[in-house]
Design a protein around this ligand. Structure first.
Ligand SMILES: *Cc1c(COP(=O)(O)O)cnc(C)c1O
Length: 369
């Protein structure tokens, strides 16, 4: 059984074994020191040495929810925040739903599944009083990677906060909070970091920390960031936290260091993506040509159902790839390149992909006759 899904991904053996060694009670200085060291390394990998970085016991969506709740003040709460969302798929749509949930004014740039945001798309929103832009830098639902330079320049020009869901781009593509003036970065454990699901990490620019500290209470009691900021100085959290996942993170950071550091790690993910894409193309598979994250490769099917290919791979060969939801379910599937998979695994997947397609087509022909 091999997972080529975006997350939770195939974990590395040493990370899986971490808990066999046992762990320290989390309200100790020893644990707090470990947290501080780990989060400082993650901040550095995010290009955010001067940021404040916290972690939450929540999957990525929990962190997106808490970020909207803590970082945005709508008119209903005496604030003047007005957000702009790049909505190019199900994760962009999630930001829209959250802003609506918390009654923050917003507009969205709605894109088709295979469209990335362009300068022309942004033009109508210049100087219109928006205070923040939300983007899922890799829109995982189709694997497209937006142009961070374009988005960053737009935000700087318009004096807007830039809030990035980097959950599926982190450790697969280049990323730099300070260079691009990013105010909030959200990542989570089960994607590029290859850890168990359930832990998110959120990194803030100092001006966003000040905004949050200055403004009133969020709706959530559990996710009041002001309390997380106070506690993280000692490597602590207000409540019981994802202790085991933090130990996994420590192990994983060691593995990344041993590999040669962040850039080397990203290079290896990108190599896997390139290897898969080249071989897939020569096998006649159809890869959409929009800019893509190295996290995953989408495959487009016209004459057979993509969801049937996903099912065939799973049921016949115990190979797991990501199906797509909604109206793309029959057209698109996604193959992830993050996690503990090798080129040999990719070779096997491609063999079985080609076989599955052939079998489905043959069955289809028999059906027609
Ligand atoms: C995986 C993912 C999330 C988080 O989803 P959860 O199921 O809540 O972990 C959010 N945004 C993007 C872009 C993702 O890829």
């Amino acid at each position: 059984m091999k997972q080529f899904i975006v997350g939770p991904v195939e974990m590395y053996p040493s990370t899986k074994r971490v808990l066999e060694k046992g762990y320290t009670y989390f309200r100790t200085q020893e644990y707090g020191d470990m947290v501080k060291e780990c989060l400082s390394k993650v901040s550095e990998m995010l290009g955010a040495k001067n940021s404040t970085t916290i972690y939450l016991a929540a999957s990525g969506t929990g962190a997106m929810d808490a970020v909207v709740d803590n970082c945005m003040r709508g008119v209903n709460k005496g604030g003047n925040d007005k957000a702009l969302v790049i909505n190019g798929g199900s994760f962009g749509h999630r930001f829209c739903e959250l802003l609506q949930w918390y009654k923050v004014d917003y507009d969205s740039i709605n894109l088709e599944w295979n469209e990335v945001v362009s300068a022309k798309d942004l033009e109508p929103y210049e100087n219109k009083g928006y205070t923040a832009l939300f983007v899922n830098l890799d829109e995982t639902s189709s694997g497209k990677l937006y142009d961070i330079r374009l988005i960053s320049d737009f935000c700087k020009r318009n004096g807007m906060y830039l809030i990035v869901d980097a959950i599926s781009t982190f450790l697969a593509d280049d990323y730099d909070m300070e260079r691009y003036g990013i105010d909030v970065t959200i990542i989570s454990s089960q994607k590029g970091l290859c850890l168990s699901p359930g832990m998110s990490i959120v990194s803030f620019s100092q001006r966003m920390v000040e905004k949050i500290n200055k403004e009133g209470q969020p709706n959530s009691y559990y996710f009041d960031f002001k309390s997380y900021f106070r506690n993280i100085d000692r490597g602590q959290t207000p409540f019981t936290t994802t202790v085991s996942t933090m130990y996994e993170l420590k192990d994983m950071l060691g593995l990344i260091e041993k590999t040669g550091g962040r850039d080397k790690w990203i290079e290896q993910v990108q190599e896997k993506a390139k290897y898969f894409r080249e071989k897939a193309k020569s096998a006649g598979l159809n890869i959409p040509d929009y800019p893509k994250s190295a996290t995953l490769t989408p495959l487009y099917f016209e004459d057979i159902s993509a969801s049937e290919v996903v099912k065939e791979l799973r049921e016949r060969y115990e190979l797991f790839v990501n199906p797509c939801g909604g109206k793309m379910a029959d057209r698109l599937l996604r193959v992830a390149h993050i996690g503990n998979t090798t080129k040999e695994d990719i070779d096997e997947l491609l063999d079985k992909l080609v076989l599955s397609i052939k079998e489905i087509k043959e069955r289809g022909c028999i059906g027609v006759i």
